[in-house]
Design a protein around this ligand. Sequence first.
Ligand SMILES: *Cc1c(COP(=O)(O)O)cnc(C)c1O
Length: 231
Amino acid sequence: MIDIVINKLNRELPATVRLVAVSKFHPFEAIEKAYSAGQRIFAESRPQELLAKVKRLEELRLERGEPDYMSDIQWHFIGHLQTNKLKMVLPFVSLVQSVDSLRLLDAINNWGKANGKRVNVLLEPHVAAEDTKQGFSAEEIYSILRNSSEYPHVSFCGIMGMATFTDDETVIRADFSAIRAIYDECLSQFPSLSAYFKELSIGMSDDYHIALEYGTTMVRIGSMIFGVRSY
Ligand SMILES: *Cc1c(COP(=O)(O)O)cnc(C)c1O
């Protein structure tokens, strides 16, 4: 099943849109199946689980005597990241999609400095109706990018957003439109960032069709590929 859905999505998505397979709460064997079907980018939302899967892959390489087994897999982090968990996540991911506070951004920059690395991030605005303290206002995002030289160990690669959890397509469209507007404003205010700032990560299993209309470059799809999650 996993391979069938991945093939279907690959046929359906335009070449400009990358498929991120959200493997959270699914076992490593599910990731291997998706990898066999050609999927390379996987996303996790909990540091402990990401680390366990990274370790599992290392074990498998030893067991199989194939040090290069799945060596071109890429991990993205898409969950809330506490600053005391950075070392469980940042060494292993190619992109942190869910940077949602200044405190986290500062900590990532400091980690990059201490480890001689530059960390790729997306900034997450808060637009959905759910009441949460996570996520930036549009103004905060512009302010960060205006002062991007204060974060020499961070590459700002774009925006990640989530629509309100609802069946009401009007609400989802309004949210995607608001996220897209922030993305466009960033590009027009800060053209010098455009070498890196390219990603608009919107769209999940239930709303990726709509996200395509709003110019998504990265869809994050979990349950459609791997089935329902048992939490
Ligand atoms: C879980 C999750 C997804 C995937 O959701 P599905 O509805 O299973 O496709 C996408 N983005 C984020 C940030 C998530 O936490």
